[in-house]
Design a protein around this ligand. Sequence first.
Ligand code: AMP
Length: 210
Amino acid sequence: MNIVLLGAPGAGKGTQAALLEKKYNLVHISTGDIFRANIKGGTPIGKVAKSYIDAGQLVPDSVTCDIVKDRLQQEDVKAGYMLDGFPRNLFQAQELDKFARVDACINISVDPALLMDRICGRRVCSCGASYHVSTLGGRTTCEKCGKPLYQRDDDNPETVGARLKTYQTQTAPLIDYYGAQGKLITIECGTASPDGVFAMICEKLDAIIK
Ligand code: AMP
């Protein structure tokens, strides 16, 4: 099964992807993670991506689509994967349809008023774990692996404002795109915990898999 995870920044796509990866054995492909690894490694892609990411804008489609196309040609994704953060606009969605099959799009819907605080309070670990400062009680290391937690460079109020606008104007139209294809599964998170959201997603996915 091949899944697209859709949702505003801070909706919890990464958290849900980590849970789904374990339960359904799907490979988690995050374009944001790929760009951050390239920035860390000082690669040419990283150099291009950094200015866009810092500004809260999308990295150009040509760069992004090539990365995903290459990744989906690798052996490990044959049994199924989740795309987290791709596609992020209509052009990318149309390109994806040319080189891959999407079975379902899970739209994680969160009250927009919660997003700024969620993202600016986020502390992450290189192992993929993510926390909110309000739950850490001063702790500065990861509960899962003990490594130091840090704040993403683009998790500051100015960049987050731009990212949320980019989401509204460019990414949100994909809800209708996948809806029209009959592939959309919308999860209204309300006040549900990450585990509660995961349970809602599993219920819908299990119904499709049967
Ligand atoms: P994320 O980790 O998904 O929040 O992505 C962080 C940043 O990486 C975004 O704000 C964009 O600048 C860039 N990015 C990630 N995925 C894409 C994509 N599909 N298209 C263009 N830019 C992307």
